[in-house]
Design a protein around this ligand. Structure first.
Ligand code: NAD
Length: 281
């Protein structure tokens, strides 16, 4: 039976520490503030934004929401981002994805000042991460690294296999794991014989968005399994990308869904907002 990595508990612990740091900033006259931009009415995004707002409340971070109409132009979106870049009282800016297809999300991420880019998606911050400089690390990969640290899971010399190469999870994770001296392999939808790679993983990180795709025959005995996937079934229940029930019997450590990577992502966003507020000192 694997040790269950309790992301919910760890996130709570991190947020308690951030609350103290937030109070200290306030004593110095700095009121940490996050601005979140949402375009359109995506129902999943609304839930994610609500969770972020709730966490801000818990910590004492000010929260401002900008809800834009579905048919907004690229220029209008950039104009809003620039206005927020110039507002001294706003420390972090987050653009909730997805955004409508007629808008270029990468151009929007590029427009967010790298000093306020608490999601770590601005190309400057991505570049800094890739050369090991201090930066805003994107929240899901950062949360995963924090879980490794908390559970004393050493990455040095380990075979880490990441499945999924998205800009928000898979790609920044490559750098985060390299920075911890792991040997990193990345698999994706065009990878042939996926099982050959997964079977060789000391640490397997799965971010593909396919319910219970990773089965116990695909993993190595005593592997560490990190499940990033969030899949909502017809019954409304959340499942990960890993067949938790069976994989758990063979793994050494495993993250559950819900209660694993998800809460850590929000905690690390809060961490980045506090970091942005401290940076202006
Ligand atoms: P994405 O759709 O942008 O990317 C999916 C990746 O998986 C792609 O690189 C694709 O090549 C790969 N892939 C798809 N099918 C595959 C297969 N059969 N074999 C191998 N690779 C395959 O997704 P994303 O934004 O990275 O998100 C992935 C999952 O993680 C989703 O379920 C998403 O909801 C979840 N997610 C969770 C958090 C969190 O905080 N827990 C954060 C971000 C994303």
């Amino acid at each position: 039976m694997a040790v269950i990595i309790n992301g919910k508990e760890l996130a709570k612990k991190i947020k308690e520490q951030l609350k103290i740091e937030c109070e200290e900033l306030k004593k110095e006259g700095i009121l940490p503030k996050l601005a979140v931009i949402m375009v359109g009415e995506d129902s999943a995004s609304k839930i994610y934004v609500k969770n972020k707002s709730k966490s801000c409340d818990e910590i004492g971070i000010e929260f401002e929401e900008y809800i834009l109409k579905e048919d907004i132009t690229q220029q209008q979106l950039i104009d809003l981002i620039e206005t927020l870049n110039n507002k001294k009282d706003i420390h972090g800016i987050l653009l909730q994805s997805p955004i409508p297809k007629h808008l270029d999300i990468n151009k929007a991420f590029e427009a967010i000042s790298y000093k306020k880019d608490v999601d770590g998606f601005n190309p400057i911050n991505i570049g800094k991460l890739s050369i090991g400089q201090d930066t805003f690390v994107s929240c899901t990969p950062y949360g995963i690294i924090k879980m490794f640290e908390e559970y004393n899971i050493d990455l040095e010399g380990k075979n880490v296999v990441i499945i999924g190469r998205s800009n928000i999870v898979g790609k920044p994770l490559i750098q985060c794991c390299l920075n911890k001296n792991a040997t990193v392999t990345v698999c994706h939808s065009k990878t042939k014989n996926l099982k050959e790679f997964t079977k060789n993983a000391d640490i397997l990180i799965v971010a593909i968005g396919k319910s219970k795709y990773i089965t116990s025959d695909m993993i190595k005995e005593k592997a560490v399994i990190i499940d990033v996937g969030i899949n909502r079934g017809e019954d409304g229940k959340l499942t990960g990308d890993v067949d938790f029930e069976n994989v758990e019997k063979k793994a050494s450590y495993i993250t559950p869904v819900p209660g694993g990577v998800g809460p850590m992502t929000v905690a690390m966003l809060m961490n980045n907002v506090i970091k942005a507020a401290k940076n202006i000192k």
